[in-house]
Design a protein around this ligand. Structure first.
Ligand code: CS2
Length: 486
């Protein structure tokens, strides 16, 4: 029987391992949201930083609800393998940046102790868009979000991100410990200020005397993060065992490319993430808008259309010539809505994105990307429309992507095979999208509270969406795609 990965001793030569003595490095970061993405991204940059210049920057991982990520890491001394896959092959790297991890739901006190420790200088976050509990219309808390409701009712035992941060900041202040810097790494526009306003709004209700402290003393740098990281599949374990000679229950697969653009505003210090090629800038926004509209926007379009056309993975979508053409059209339209970005060539970026999407070694599920549309579509798709209007860019690509999303809400393929929708607004969306005509769906969707008023009122846009949706609901998606691409 193969042993569990517990040490970096004796691993095959080909495996990259931490370039520092793990136990000599203390912890300085608490990371909330212990999914594959964090393990493939920020933790890797931190590993590079620790190897390059040391510092007390190891990471305590926290998942809010699932006990699994911490349980997987515990018997492995926090070690896990990142397998980067592309045409050049598969490369395994053991990450040592995370000595331990906890689950808030089952291990509340150790989580609070870690957040309140004076040596915790950064709290980073990847809880996905739906984890914030954000009311998009106000930029404050969504009082219907289950975690926000819970945290307002019982602020001393928070369950969600905002409640946890407010309590930790409150306890730190009471103990005379300066606040940590809060670093959102989710695909949300202006994720720094967005997180600040959310936390401040929760405090307004739960701890009013903390609001000023949050707004004036806590730093919230913005970031743009990028690394395509599918959820773990059954074969990931077998691959890890083959490459490492050990069982690694926490192994993940990811693409070889990785990017991190960070606003350099860390009054409480930070690791030398430049060592992993992170880029520090004064203003992240142009990068973030580019990534959200191009990579993530095209991802959403190809996931909704590709899923309905029977494509399981992104690589299958890219092998469908008609759909690949629509991906290119979408990328072109999204790029045309953006302001120029010095040093960035959108055509080159488009070619790179197509290459990453084609990666035959990555099993990135269309059903994975097709989750949480109500949280994703605003910044990925809808935000481009006013700019498209202003720059006289054809909105057809955005109308097609929107129709594909709305078609997904019908919860049944053209052959009447049912599937489930995964979205925090599932009930509302099902009521909108199930068993209705295209015109009815569009009409109701335009009144939804998560759609920006300017977009909802753009009648010409919705007039373009309706016949495409009608087609998608009445004909096989492959036919609709072929016609659209011709
Ligand atoms: C994807 C992203 O699942 C999705 O919605 O669009 O997770 C995407 O893979 C990452 O943002 C890439 O950095």
């Amino acid at each position: 029987m193969t042993d569990r990965l517990t040490t970096t001793e004796g691993l095959p030569e080909s495996v990259q391992r931490p370039g520092y003595v793990r136990d000599a490095r203390g912890t300085g970061i608490v990371h909330i949201g212990l999914g594959a993405f964090h393990k493939a991204h920020q933790a890797v940059y931190t590993d590079d930083a620790l190897a390059a210049s040391g510092g007390y920057w190891r990471i305590i991982g926290v998942s809010l609800r699932s006990a699994e990520p911490a349980a997987e890491l515990a018997p492995q001394n926090g070690l896990y393998t990142v397998i980067a896959r592309d045409a050049a092959g598969s490369r395994a790297r053991v990450i040592g940046a995370m000595p331990g991890a906890y689950c808030l739901k089952t291990q509340r006190q150790p989580v609070l102790d870690a957040l309140c420790a004076p040596h915790t200088w950064i709290v980073s976050i990847t809880v996905t868009e739906k984890g914030y509990g954000l009311d998009r219309a106000t930029g404050g808390i969504d009082t219907n979000h289950p975690a926000i409701t819970a945290d307002l009712a019982t602020p001393e035992t928070p369950q969600g991100l905002a409640g946890l941060l407010v309590l930790a900041l409150r306890q730190r202040r009471a103990a005379g410990v300066p606040p940590f810097t809060i670093l959102s790494c989710d695909n949300l526009p202006e994720n720094g200020p967005l997180t600040r306003d959310l936390i401040a709004d929760l405090a307004r209700h739960a701890a009013p005397d903390l609001v000023n402290h949050i707004l004036t003393d806590v730093a919230f740098p913005s970031t743009m993060v990028d690394r395509i990281t599918p959820t773990r599949r059954a074969q990931t374990g077998a691959l890890a065992r083959q490459m490492m000679g050990h069982v690694d229950a926490a192994a993940i697969e990811t693409e070889a490319f990785s990017q991190w653009v960070i606003e350099d505003h860390f009054p409480t210090g930070r690791p030398e993430w430049e060592a992993g090629d992170a880029i520090f800038v004064d203003d992240v926004r142009p990068y973030e808008t580019m990534k959200l509209r191009m990579l993530n926007g095209a991802h959403s379009m190809l996931a909704y259309a590709g899923f309905a056309a029977g494509h399981r993975y992104v690589r299958d979508v890219m092998a469908d010539m008609a759909l690949a053409r629509l991906v290119r059209r979408h990328l072109g339209a999204a790029a045309a809505t953006l302001p120029t970005l010095p040093g960035v060539d959108f055509r080159g970026y488009t070619a790179q994105l197509e290459d990453w999407f084609r990666n035959p070694h990555l099993a990135h599920g269309t059903c994975q990307i097709a989750m949480d549309g109500s949280e994703n579509m605003p910044q990925r798709l809808f935000s481009a429309i006013p700019d498209a209007r202003q720059k006289a860019v054809d909105i057809r690509a955005f109308a097609f992507a929107t129709a594909a999303w709305l078609r997904h809400l019908s919860l049944s393929t053209h052959d009447c095979v049912p599937y489930d929708s995964r979205d925090p607004r599932k009930e509302t969306l099902t009521a909108i999208g199930f068993n209705r005509t295209a015109a009815e769906i569009v009409q109701v969707m335009r009144t939804a509270d998560f759609i920006d008023r300017a977009i909802a009122d753009d009648t010409a846009f919705w007039t373009e969406v309706t016949p495409i949706l009608d087609d998608m609901l009445s004909r096989p998606m492959t036919e609709v795609i072929a016609q659209e691409a011709s």
